[in-house]
Design a protein around this ligand. Structure first.
Ligand code: WT7
Length: 634
């Protein structure tokens, strides 16, 4: 296994090397792996079409690199430690060889059920080991997994299944989430009803409740595995064959199917994992994300397992049975690296210090955060109370599209600064541009964050829509990948992410398109139109604030009831994560004479800032603004 960067001068040296000759640099990183055939060309690219190809001509299987490549040295080592929702249920440890057997067996199950290389497989499951097994089995046979976070509604799941034309859905009967038992299978049933492409549904038993099994379509996971061989030869994949699709929100209502490919993603997810977290053999690493998001793909499953790590997977939530659950897990399994989101830190901080103070957690060496900017107060609380002042914090900036971490301290190597993601990883060339696309050079500048050179883990296309791929990421600033984030580079050259500059809001570290929420609100029979903006929220980072214009309401209208039913509607159409925190029913929206909603004004009102609306000369009806302000203060 390649050496890790160990010192600041080592980082500077490696960074320079990677910038002067990126191809040589990444070729060296790729040498850690087992390629059935070495590539003909390390990188072929242009951001104009755009076309990005890494390790072209190379042939490999990513699971062969997790298992066969490492099995003789790690067969008895824990690959996954699974901690269930309830502390009263036993945890489960799967060694590399046990996990390998389960993956091979389930690969055979998929093959026996007609899944072929290139087919899409939708996975809608709680955080149980079978979720990781299912995804790795897909990768092993060359099927493309599309994991949908099991908090999305049946409508949202159906949209994603239809877009990917998935042949099969893998799910569970139900799920445990804190004190609650959640239905899963019936959500899948409602979704699959609308999806002609789905021929088979495989159901893993988790909660044991009664579920409706459709004859000829639905099969139990455990029955299918009965007596199935543990021998399975991995499929040979091209480096640029798709590994997975993961849907994410954008500025239009339709979610985007971000496509990641095999070779580059493998090299990048493991390189970044080892270096950012400074993982040492034998460490126990715990990322609290859900595998349904990119963080779980790259830093619970692929990055750690490709690095021979022990990855802890947790089914439950941080606040049940009490707000000490994470700290209990850290002590129980002697966790060395812990990776979570600012929203979880703020939620636990709000519960007081008593839970964390009781725990010494001497095993902890590194703390990580991801998903949204971390405010200084939360950073210090994390550092002082969780890390007891002795663990470096890695504030890792990246995106679903980037496949892995791009800007972050390397733990214990790059000096940190609260709420700064600090410096780019080797191979990453960030640039800051102004609104016109002019590069702002030097330090002490602020603008739009772009990346000017490809890296192996970057997305290659949006599933079925390469034109949209170009338009979303490569058309705003010519020749650059545009991240959608605002950023500041301070006097020390350190990067601080300022948040989205597009119509995307970041709710509890989850990306939500305002248009997507507006469309869901507009489905309500009484709503004529709506506008959704983000506003500062103590726990979630940003909350969702909706302004809705309703038809024919008189003074006696039950606004509370309407608001409630709008929220239920959004729940059903997208899922609880998109439910607005506040809804204001108004008689109109502030618009320009050309009919454009002035969101800038709504954002200010939503954040309780009623001064300086800037230039309002193009406003069609200034009275509307007064009305909205008055009502928002009620
Ligand atoms: C957006 C990407 C990357 C996995 C989780 C979210 C924001 C992410 C940070 C950070 C400030 C961050 C950005 C980015 N973001 N990490 N450390 N500091 N902002 O993935 O859903 O694709 O969202 O999350 O705005 O663009 P995602």
């Amino acid at each position: 296994m390649a050496v890790k960067i160990k010192t600041l001068s080592g980082y500077i040296h490696e960074y320079q090397k990677s910038i002067v000759n990126p191809e040589d640099f990444w070729r060296q990183q790729a040498e850690d792996f087992y390629w059935r055939k070495k590539c003909d060309c390390v990188l072929d690219w242009n951001f104009k079409e755009p076309r990005i190809e890494w390790f072209k001509g190379g042939k490999l299987n990513i699971t062969e690199n997790i298992f066969e490549r490492q099995i003789y040295t790690r067969k008895d080592q824990a690959a996954i430690i699974w901690e269930p929702n309830s502390p009263d249920e036993d945890s489960v440890t799967l060694s590399y060889s046990e996990l390998f057997n389960k993956v091979k067996q389930f690969s055979n199950v998929l093959l026996q059920n007609g899944v072929e290389k290139g087919d899409r497989v939708a996975i809608y499951m709680p955080m149980i080991p079978e979720l990781a097994i299912a995804m790795l089995a897909c990768a092993r046979i060359g099927a493309i997994h599309s994991i949908v976070f099991a908090g999305f509604s049946s409508n949202a799941l159906a949209d994603r299944i239809i877009d990917a034309q998935a042949k099969i859905v893998i799910t569970s009967d139900g799920a445990y989430r804190g004190a609650k038992k959640i239905v899963i299978k019936s959500i899948v049933d409602a979704a699959v009803e609308k999806c002609d492409s789905v021929k088979t549904v495989i159901v893993k038993r988790r909660t044991g409740e009664d579920v409706n099994m459709v004859d000829g379509r639905d099969l139990w996971w455990d029955d299918l595995c009965q007596g199935v061989s543990l021998d399975n030869e991995a499929e040979t994949m091209d480096a640029e064959d798709p590994l997975f699709i993961l849907y994410t929100s954008g500025s239009t209502d339709k979610p985007k199917g971000v496509v990641h490919t095999t070779g580059g993603y493998m090299v990048f997810s493991s390189y970044t994992f080892r270096n950012v977290f400074q993982y040492n053999q034998g460490d126990v690493y715990f990322c609290s994300a859900d595998i349904g998001w990119i963080t779980g793909h790259s830093y619970i499953v692929y990055g750690p397992l490709l690095s021979g790590a022990t990855s802890l997977m947790f089914e439950g939530i941080p606040t049940w049975p009490d707000a000490g659950r994470y700290w209990d897990i850290v002590e129980k399994h002697k966790v060395n690296q812990f990776y979570t989101a600012p929203t979880a830190i703020r939620a636990l901080m709000a519960e007081g210090n008593e839970f964390v103070e009781k725990k010494e957690m001497p095993s902890l060496k590194v703390l990580g955060t991801v998903g949204e900017p971390i405010n200084e107060e939360a950073w210090h609380w994390y550092h002082d109370h969780v890390g007891k002042g002795r663990c470096p914090i890695v504030d890792t900036w990246w995106q679903t599209e980037t496949g892995g971490i791009l800007i972050s301290p390397l733990a214990g190597i790059i000096p940190t600064k609260p709420s700064y993601a600090t410096l780019p990883l080797p191979g990453i060339k960030p640039v800051i541009v102004d609104a016109e696309g002019k590069e702002l050079k030097g330090n002490g500048v602020e603008g739009n964050l772009c990346i000017k050179f490809p890296w192996p883990g970057m997305t290659r296309t949006l599933y079925g829509d390469h034109k949209r791929f170009y338009e979303t990421y490569f058309s705003t600033f010519k020749g650059l990948y545009f991240t959608g984030d605002g950023v500041k580079r301070d006097e020390d050259g350190y990067y601080r992410i300022l948040g989205r500059v597009d119509d995307v809001i970041n709710v509890s570290g989850h990306r939500m398109g305002t248009a997507e929420v507006e469309n869901a609100i507009n489905e309500h029979p009484l709503v004529v139109e709506s506008a959704v903006v983000g506003y500062p929220h103590d726990i979630k980072g940003q909350g969702i604030y909706a302004f809705a214009v309703c038809n024919d309401l008189d003074d006696s209208a039950d606004e509370e009831g309407i608001i409630k039913s709008i929220k239920i509607g959004v729940n059903n159409i997208i899922g609880p994560i998109a439910r607005p925190d506040k809804i204001l029913i108004v008689s109109g929206l502030p618009k320009t004479r050309s009919g454009k909603i002035m969101r800038r004004i709504l954002r200010k009102i939503a954040s309780g800032d009623y001064d300086n609306f800037g230039d309002t000369s193009t406003l069609l009806d200034p009275d509307i603004v007064e009305e909205i302000i008055d009502k928002s203060k009620l």
